[in-house]
Design a protein around this ligand. Structure first.
Ligand code: FBP
Ligand code: MN
Length: 643
């Protein structure tokens, strides 16, 4: 190793003992059981349901509580204690109301602190003391560590501990301590979180999910098609921007745009009021118990049409300047007969209904009106100047990627585009052809380029982000074409079909999955592919575990809009030192329900893969990094002290 680098490193480790300690510490960690990974996907703005799955560690928190307290506490008490760990602030508030006097409350504090202190060593048993220390609430770290040593044979210290707990209570700190301990338990139960795409769209609070992820101690993200759409909008793609607003209008979520991100919709509203009327095809989709005045619905309906038409117009020049995208079939505005309100698709004529072409000039249908140009430009300015959106998009870029190889598995939101024979499908970009991993790498390179040059709005990089949303060989979309236009304007449902890439049936075969893993440089005997994106229809008996366990699809649909199709409220996947388990979550009612009644989301677990031997940190990505560090530290030791 370069002696300059070693000199630099020596400033950090400036004694032989320090280096030896650092090496020993790392060596020890390598032999601990691997931490628990938790995989979630397709959150689609459903902040509350996501929060719950996160807080209960996909059922792991209660399982640990049960392990320790079964027999000692009743089911009801276990439920109460669990909900306290999930939502400590709210639960403490509720309990306080129930108490008759201070003495009763103090008694409760004493009991709960004792439970927590007994639970903590169990949930942290596979971590080093340093890791536990770092997970503790800072202001109480000393006290908690003292209390933790109570366990075992320190009987003669009993009084000391009792006194300490009483002190905490009398100083009015019990509540804070309990809350802090609850979050420590949550954090230790799941060591690392993977979000396999689609944080955004359809649901009401993607921004809050982003804030939660930013606060999470250890997370990575594999971008979903909806996430790149938002990245695209921020990176200067006007067509991506039109899409995100259209989807927000469609699901009556314009608050996300206006209130959460502070983007001014006034110019769009004015345009919408001027050119559009009520239109049944563009009424917002409300979920079953959502109420909205007719006035508001009609206003959204107008906005929805205005932005959809802008979107369709914006697609045209991109399709024309990018023959490599092979999307000429999607030049739909140009296939419309504006006199008869008909369209010709693949030689077949279809009548159009619910049309709204007031701003379309039949002679040049894709031309934007001056007013439309002004609207989209102002929107883009507003989007690119939203401080909160910038923060969220930067985080998506920092923690996110198109795919991830992690602990031997391949994580990807959508698919690896294949042909019918199962070969990696090829796409030409410029004068090169790419397939499989290379194609994904080149896509990602363009996404990062576009994000680094937000002022460019029409370059290849920016156009490719849109391609990732709707293109045939996009690893995120994975369908032949997106039939948005047809679904608004054509009655014949045949035209609405979006034909999936062969990947979606070929992934049932073990051989295909093994080939993909190999293409990504992973061991096909050990690895799995983990996908989101396509809702698993549990109702129809579809199995999320495919290809003899090589393929796991975890989109069970957090999205309320899709729950009637899937029959459940989402799958998540747990991967700990004993193996992999898929968890099917039943519908989440509300946080209040969990708090008041102790009802939890019933989660059904299924074993995917059992490790023959308990997996150690040594065999993980973290282990690889530690080994590299050990080797550097050893070089330092040699260089400084052994010469
Ligand atoms: O349900 P909606 O809002 O009509 O959206 C349907 C569109 O969403 C998509 O399914 C993509 O979204 P997903 O990634 O959630 O599947 C498109 O294929 C389809 O055109
Ligand atoms: Mn998706």
């Amino acid at each position: 190793m370069d002696s300059k680098l070693l000199d630099l490193l020596a400033q950090r480790y400036d004694s032989e003992e320090e280096i030896v300690t650092a090496i020993t510490n790392r060596e020890a960690i390598l032999h601990l059981p691997k931490g628990t990974e938790h995989f979630v996907s397709d959150l689609h703005g459903e902040y509350h349901a996501f929060q719950h799955v996160l807080r209960n560690g996909a059922g792991k928190v209660k399982e640990k509580i049960r392990d320790i307290f079964e027999g000692e506490l009743s089911d009801q008490e276990i439920n109460e204690f669990s909900s306290l760990v999930y939502y400590p602030e709210d639960k403490v508030k509720l309990i306080k109301v129930r108490m008759n006097n201070a003495q009763e409350l103090n008694q409760w504090y004493t009991e709960i602190i004792d439970y927590m202190i007994r639970l903590l060593p169990y949930v942290s048993s596979k971590y080093t003391r340093t890791k536990l220390h770092n997970a503790l609430p800072k202001q109480f770290a000393f006290i908690i560590e003292e209390l933790l040593y109570k366990t075992g044979d320190h009987f003669n210290k009993e009084q000391y501990y009792t006194k300490m707990v009483q002190q905490i209570i009398s100083l009015g700190q019990a509540e804070k301590l309990i809350v802090g301990l609850a979050y420590t338990v949550q954090r230790l139960v799941v060591d690392h979180l993977h979000v396999v795409g689609d944080i955004y769209d359809r649901g009401p609070e993607p921004d809050k999910i982003m804030d939660t992820l930013i606060d999470n101690h250890s997370v990575d993200i594999q971008w979903g098609n909806h996430d790149v759409l938002w990245i695209g909008a921020f990176a200067g793609s006007k067509v991506c921007l039109a899409n995100i607003i259209r989807i927000c209008a469609r699901y009556a979520n314009l608050d996300i745009i206006e209130d959460a991100y502070g983007i001014n919709l006034r110019p769009l509203v004015n345009l919408a009021e001027k050119y559009y009327e009520d239109n049944p095809a563009f009424r917002p989709k409300l979920h079953k118990d959502e109420e909205m005045s007719d006035f508001e619905q009609i206003q959204i309906t107008k906005i929805h049409q205005a932005i959809a038409i802008i979107q369709f117009k914006l697609e045209s020049p991109i399709i024309k300047r990018r023959p490599d995208f092979q999307m000429e079939d999607r030049l739909l505005l140009e296939k419309v007969d504006y006199d008869s309100d008909e369209i010709t698709l693949r030689g077949e004529k279809y009548p159009l209904e619910n049309t709204c072409f007031a701003t379309v000039d039949p002679k040049q249908p894709a031309a934007l009106l001056e007013e439309e140009i002004e609207v989209i430009d102002k929107l883009l300015f507003s989007v690119q100047h939203s401080e909160k959106l910038a923060r969220h998009m930067n985080f998506l870029m920092k923690k996110g990627s198109l795919y991830l190889k992690y602990n031997g598995n391949l994580l990807i939101h959508g698919c690896i585009p294949l042909d019918e024979e199962g070969n990696m499908a090829e796409m030409k970009i410029g004068d090169q052809t790419y397939a499989g991993r290379e194609l994904l790498d080149v896509f990602e390179k363009y996404v990062r380029h576009a994000f680094a040059h937000v002022e460019e709005t029409d370059d290849l990089a920016t156009d490719i982000i849109w391609y990732l949303w709707a293109g045939k060989y996009s690893s995120l979309f994975g369908k032949k074409e997106m039939t948005t236009f047809e679904r608004y304007f054509i009655k014949d449902k045949q035209t609405h079909k979006e034909i999936k890439n062969p990947y979606y049936y070929l992934r049932e075969k073990q051989e295909v999955c093994r080939d993909i893993l190999t293409d990504f440089g992973l061991d096909p005997d050990q690895g799995h592919i983990i996908n989101g994106h396509t809702p698993v229809k549990e109702i129809e008996g579809e199995n999320p575990v495919k290809a003899d366990g090589k393929m796991i699809v975890i989109d069970g649909g957090f999205s309320k809009a899709y729950q009637s199709t899937t029959g459940i409220a989402g799958y998540t996947l747990l991967f700990n030192s004993y193996g992999m388990q898929i968890v099917a979550h039943k519908q989440f009612t509300s946080k209040e329900d969990v708090l008041e009644n102790g009802t939890d989301v019933l989660s059904v677990r299924r074993l995917v893969d059992k490790e023959l031997e308990r997996k150690k940190v040594l065999e993980t990505n973290v282990g690889e990094e530690l080994q590299q560090e050990i080797s550097i530290l050893k070089s330092l030791l040699e260089y400084r002290y052994k010469n």
